[in-house]
Design a protein around this ligand. Structure first.
Ligand code: 6CS
Ligand code: FE
Length: 303
């Protein structure tokens, strides 16, 4: 398979243009979309979109309770799926929640979400990765700048840019508790990063990412090109959709207020994983799904 987006192969960074559509359904079919033309335009131009009030207050409260219970019951659990903060024992992320828990499986398969994702990706979809990022108060550390696609392509063999993340805020995301920062327009460019992929890189990168991070000049170029940075703040329940290649990061959380978000990554069934383009071994199923890729959406409804 041809590598359309090589990265971590040269000692010089390179910026190339995106080779895939951003919205994979023909724009002439905008009238069929569950989003307005303004929302579609915004997503296409900026590489992200925020939606409020898709879930009811009751649903959001139930999700908050569910992620709290999961955190509490796993305080002392030893599992590869549970990532701890680099300097403390606090839980940073729990992976694969849609596979391990019926409740989160139903959220991932929620009709309202799927209608949006099916339209943006122009096909049936499955969950490529799911996780809760807790970013606890005081100890929650940053996520370095990266394009998710760069990692999923290089380390997981995702061939094309036909995936997106849905982040559901499950605590209020303020300007000061380490919210997601995004570079508007960055999804239209691909930064080939410098540095080889070490074997089992994920063991390091899920705590502190070091490879697959853009160089400073490329990041500056993207920020200037897009006219600055956006910050995805919002009250609990706010959804942030961001395209697989949108450059993003978040700072550490020095406040007493945790920043909890549930993430589901949806991938097109026409874009299933191949061999990792890095040539290194495959990452585990709980980070990069290969087995359960049946189209979502026929059976589940959020209770
Ligand atoms: O390596 C990954 O797949 C994950 N790591 C980060 C920092 N973001 C995207 C993805 O969840
Ligand atoms: Fe990310």
């Amino acid at each position: 398979m041809q590598d359309f987006y090589p990265s971590r192969v040269s000692d010089k960074p390179q910026i190339t243009k995106r080779k895939d559509p951003v919205i994979h359904t023909d724009r002439r079919l905008d009238h069929e979309a569950p989003l307005s033309k303004e929302q579609l335009d915004f997503y296409e131009k900026n590489g992200f979109l925020q939606i409020e009030n898709l879930f009811s207050e009751k649903e959001v409260a139930a999700m908050q309770k569910a992620i709290f219970e999961l955190q509490d019951s796993n305080k002392h659990t030893q599992s590869d799926k549970i990532i701890r903060e680099p300097d403390s024992d606090e839980i940073r992320s729990i992976f694969s929640v849609d596979q391990d828990d019926e409740y989160f499986k139903n959220i991932a398969g929620d009709e309202r979400l799927l209608k949006i994702v099916n339209h943006l990706l122009g096909s049936d979809v499955y969950v490529h990765q799911s996780r809760i990022n807790y970013k606890p108060g005081f100890s929650g550390k940053e996520f370095n700048w990266h394009s998710d696609f760069e990692t999923w392509h290089t380390e997981d063999g995702m061939p094309r840019m036909r995936a997106l993340s849905m982040s559901i805020a499950l605590s209020d995301n303020y300007i000061h508790n380490g919210p997601l920062m995004l570079v508007p327009g960055s999804h239209n460019y691909y930064v080939s990063c410098v540095g080889e992929t070490p074997e089992n890189n994920y063991k390091q990168s899920l705590q502190t990412q070091k490879v697959g991070v853009p160089d400073n000049d490329s990041l500056k170029w993207l920020v200037e090109k897009g006219g600055g940075l956006s910050v995805a703040t919002g009250k609990a329940g706010t959804i942030t959709i961001f395209e697989s290649n949108t450059m993003h990061a978040s700072t550490s959380n020095m406040t007493p207020y945790p920043r909890n978000n549930l993430f589901m990554v949806y991938n097109s069934v026409e874009n299933k994983l191949l061999e990792p383009f890095s040539g290194a071994g495959k990452r585990p199923e709980y980070i990069a799904v290969r087995k359960t890729t049946e189209p979502l959406g026929k059976e589940t409804v959020l209770k």
